[in-house]
Ligand binder design. Structure first.
Ligand SMILES: [Zn+2]
Length: 379
């Protein structure tokens, strides 16, 4: 038989040899040129680095399965995606070690990792003193100091979610009583959020003309900006009060900020006018137990108001402001108006009407401290 004889057996052998050569060439080229070899991952062929471990392949290649999640102990929501058990890898049908090296042609299959629930911790926590405001007068007085409570809580170690709580010692509220007036026909005008150059000056001109005293609850920031106006208020016989430095809601900030807002304003008022403020008015009337303690510790007496015509509203007209004040005023009322925080032209327009009308009804204007309802004690 001649070697060149074209028998079917020879053809088949040549074909197999040819395929082997092509595959070897491909494997050689892939290996030599790119340093990568073909493997099957979750049913598709991928080229992976020569000598890569199972862990490296799972980290680099898209796998159909995902690791488990770390779940909250409270409601099982996902706290850390992928924070549960890692995915399970099988190579050629058997469980694989992450450090195991992959060989060309291996079949890699991934199975989802299971979810894990976070561990829990037990903690002792302080229950803050709640605040209760009772009564309807303008002056705030302390009826009961209140006390903090203690509770045991179980929290998720990662999520921080509270899973269970048990009160060991209940908190009791600080009770602040708003003290009202008695029958004397006196009334106090108060102006908040100043001083401002234009409107405060206009209000001072009117008060001078009418010979009426008022109490100005000033912002530390404004006093710093308008020291001359602040000094004029004091020079003309009016009283100055503290309304925080930046008009913060005291119930929204930490005790350190409450202290800084209150003390910083006292300092700037004293340095500017030479007067130590006696009164404090919390912005928006918002006060909690720790703010109350800070106010008292700064030597201030907290005062709210009983008549509020909402002159700060954009559409408030002078007529409406004056009508509301005159109809709501009773003996001992504390009237809240604003000389700052916006255009106060309607307030300044209403002011002479308010003064004339209340005078006509037999009212006398006094400083806050001269109201019969003003508490004289430290509390
Ligand atoms: Zn204010």
């Amino acid at each position: 038989m001649s070697p060149l004889n074209d028998s079917p057996k020879t053809t088949a052998t040549l074909k197999i040899a040819g395929i082997l050569v092509v595959f070897s060439l491909f494997a050689f080229l892939a290996h030599g040129a790119f340093g990568r070899v073909p493997v099957e991952i979750d049913g598709r062929i991928a080229l992976v680095g020569v000598g890569d471990s199972v862990a490296e392949i799972v980290a680099e290649q898209p796998c159909s399965a995902q690791p488990g999640n770390l779940l909250a102990a409270s409601d099982r929501h996902v706290v850390v995606p992928g924070g549960g058990k890692p995915l399970v890898v099988r190579v050629n049908g058997r469980a694989a070690d992450p450090a195991e090296r992959i060989r060309p042609g291996d079949r890699v299959a991934t199975l989802a990792g299971t979810d894990v629930v976070e561990p829990t911790n037990e903690e002792t926590r302080v229950i803050a003193v709640p605040t209760e405001v009772v009564g309807s007068g303008a002056m705030l007085t302390l009826a009961a100091p209140g006390s903090a409570g203690v509770q045991r809580v179980v929290v998720g170690a990662v999520s921080g979610d509270v899973i269970a709580r048990e009160t060991v010692l209940p908190a009791t509220p600080m009770v602040l009583r708003r003290v009202g007036a008695n029958g004397k026909k006196v009334v106090a005008l108060t102006f908040d959020d100043g001083p401002w150059p234009e409107h405060t000056a206009e209000i001072l001109d009117i008060l001078k003309e009418e010979e009426v005293p008022a109490t100005f609850f000033m912002l530390g920031l404004r006093v710093k900006k308008e020291p001359e106006v602040a000094r004029r208020i004091v020079a003309e016989g009016h009283d100055v009060g503290n309304h925080t430095y930046r008009h913060v809601d005291l119930t929204d900030v930490k005790p350190e900020i409450q202290r800084r807002e209150i003390r910083g304003t006292n300092n700037v008022i004293r340095a500017t006018t030479g007067v130590q403020p006696e009164w404090f008015r919390p912005p928006m009337g918002q006060v909690d137990s720790s703010a109350y303690r800070e106010i008292k510790a700064a030597g201030l007496r907290p005062a709210l108001w009983t008549v509020d015509p909402q002159d700060w509203r954009k559409n408030a007209s002078a007529g409406a402001i004056a009508r509301e004040v005159v109809s709501a005023t009773k003996p001992g009322s504390v009237i809240l108006l604003h000389d700052g925080g916006g255009n106060r032209s309607q307030t300044t327009k209403a002011l002479p009407w308010i003064i004339h009308e209340l005078h006509k009804r037999g009212y006398e204007f006094v400083l806050l401290g001269d109201l019969p309802s003003a508490p004289k004690s430290r509390w």
